[in-house]
Ligand binder design. Structure first.
Ligand SMILES: [Zn+2]
Ligand SMILES: [Zn+2]
Length: 292
């Protein structure tokens, strides 16, 4: 494989600003040749993404997902690549997560009303569009209502984990999610470990995740410095994890944003990920990694 790889991106089916087709076109234009769509807790954008990718003979689209889990005091995001998006039990689990997301978002809207910073559920849903409703959509409604100047300010003043309008999610532990992903042929990767490193205890976490079947860790991500990349690369090596990564592109225009392909992820570990998927029977050997 040649060209660039990007294994982490979001579309309008979760909290991204581009449709899967727009995202694929942007990525391909940037030289990305192996791409994963990893919307939060949903696979609903994958049919459109696969169709859009199918227009390019030199682009491989890996079906993916990103799932939020909790450990004491922190959130841990797990990416699943090569998941079977048709598995019925898996789809039912995702539907339950989405219901709980909606309930949580409604709680946050109620808290904002009580705080004297009202936004309407209709506007929040409008911003979510096709996607799973989440804090970014509430933030956009707060901006629109004139209560804050920016999405960042909305998080800073109200919606962060310690903010007055924050509501807890149903807690899922990362081991459980890795097991769920593996049950549908997915290979699990720990996403954006910088905050986990800062909080301490990352090695203990990795020991547990590795035991649960973790395959990779994001080493190349957004604005990670060369020193950070080197730190996480060594850590991945220590735990025998593939050093993967992606732009986590949402199209929201924040300062740390990188476009699809604009991260120094080497193709070699991506090829190893594809090879593991193929050996695990996730992909038919003859067909290559399109996984249609
Ligand atoms: Zn994430
Ligand atoms: Zn993400």
């Amino acid at each position: 494989m040649s060209g660039l790889a990007d294994l982490h991106s979001h579309s309008t089916f979760s909290d991204g600003r581009l449709t899967p087709t727009q995202l694929i076109d942007l990525a391909h234009g940037n030289g990305v040749r192996v791409m994963a769509l990893t919307d939060h807790d949903t696979v609903d954008g994958l049919p459109e993404a696969l169709e859009a990718a199918g227009r390019y003979s030199d682009l491989t689209l890996i079906p993916g997902i990103e799932m939020s889990t909790d450990v004491p005091g922190n959130e841990v995001h797990i990416l699943g690549h090569f998941i079977d998006r048709h598995d019925k039990a898996f789809l039912r689990r995702l539907e339950k997560f989405q219901e709980s997301r909606r309930g949580r978002a409604q709680q946050m809207v109620e808290k904002l009303v009580q705080l004297g910073k009202p936004v309407t559920w209709e506007r929040v849903q409008h911003f979510a569009g096709e996607g799973a409703v989440g804090r970014p959509h509430i933030a956009l409604a707060l901006v629109e209502a004139g209560h804050v100047a920016s999405v960042n300010e909305a998080f800073h003043l109200y919606l962060s984990r310690t903010g007055p309008a924050y509501a807890e999610r149903d807690r899922l532990n990362p081991d459980e999610v890795i097991e769920l992903l593996r049950s549908v042929g997915g290979l699990a990767t720990l996403a954006h470990p910088r905050e986990l490193r800062a909080a301490g205890g990352l090695e203990d976490l990795l020991t547990g995740l590795k035991r649960a079947g973790l395959t990779g860790m994001e080493v190349y991500y957004q604005d990670y410095t060369p020193d950070e990349v080197e730190f996480f690369r060594r850590l991945a090596e220590k735990f025998d994890l593939l050093p993967l990564g992606g732009s986590d592109y949402h199209g929201l225009g924040n300062p740390q944003q990188r476009e699809p392909g604009d991260i120094p992820l080497p193709m070699e570990p991506v090829e190893r990920l594809v090879a593991i998927a193929r050996e695990g029977g996730v992909l038919p050997r003859a067909q290559g990694p399109h996984a249609r």
